[in-house]
Design a protein around this ligand. Structure first.
Ligand code: SF4
Length: 216
């Protein structure tokens, strides 16, 4: 009689399927920026990023292999410990992974799902709010533009206003447009951002209020 030789999938295969994901950190805090500013939220920060922003404040996230790999069931179970039902998936660059299984389970458990992404990889997942923050260091994948609910452009130098307008032309008409000073340059650029938004009122200002509150 022939026996079936069942081989368990490797971690690499499970990660490729989005059933397990590298978690740099996960924590319950207050969303400090963008549309959901002030909302309590559970942040899931996935390890791994290949975008390479020079001013990145989470460079330790870049190397995915440094972080423990957890099943989506475990990730959701950990989120359920806290009373809030808003989840923000961030990174690193979360769209390096297939986010369909994680967001499906989060929604089954009653979570509102948000993502913060540079859009540098093909879109996946079921999200209630997509915050798209394009970076000059790696071109966004075209699949992000129709999905973006919010376009958040970090202003690090004067050329970033033009970069912001280029992307504003590509998102849906209802997409909310925000300019956010890069934290280390905030004092230098804030007056220019204020003047820009007053003259271009389709834009709003986003501040990293969690940094003022000294919370993660
Ligand atoms: S996309 Fe985000 S995590 Fe990646 S380098 Fe840029 S700021 Fe850092």
């Amino acid at each position: 009689m022939q026996t079936l030789d069942l081989v368990a999938p490797t971690t690499q295969e499970l990660v490729a399927a989005g059933l397990q994901l590298p978690i740099m950190e996960a924590f319950y805090t207050i969303q400090g920026e963008g549309r959901f500013t002030g909302h309590p939220a559970y942040f899931i920060r996935l390890g791994g990023c290949d975008v390479g922003c020079v001013w990145c404040d989470v460079k330790e996230s870049w190397e995915a292999a440094k972080w423990p790999v957890l099943s989506v069931e475990q990730i959701v179970e950990d989120a359920l410990v806290f009373p809030g039902r808003l989840v923000v998936i961030t990174g690193g660059e979360p769209l390096m992974y297939n986010l369909d299984p994680l967001t499906k389970l989060l929604k089954e458990k009653g979570f509102t799902t948000n993502i913060e992404t540079s859009g540098a990889h093909p879109f996946s997942g079921d999200f209630d709010w997509v915050c798209f923050s394009p970076k000059k260091f790696k071109k966004p994948h075209p699949s992000i533009y129709p999905k973006a609910d919010e376009l958040k452009v970090v202003i690090y130098n004067n050329r970033d206003f033009e970069f912001a307008e280029e992307h504003a032309k590509l998102v849906n008409p209802g997409c909310e447009l925000r300019l956010q000073p890069e934290w280390s340059k905030a004092s230098r650029f804030i007056s220019e951002i204020i003047a820009y938004v007053k003259n271009h009122p389709t834009w709003k200002i986003s501040l990293q209020t969690h940094k003022f509150m000294d919370i993660p």
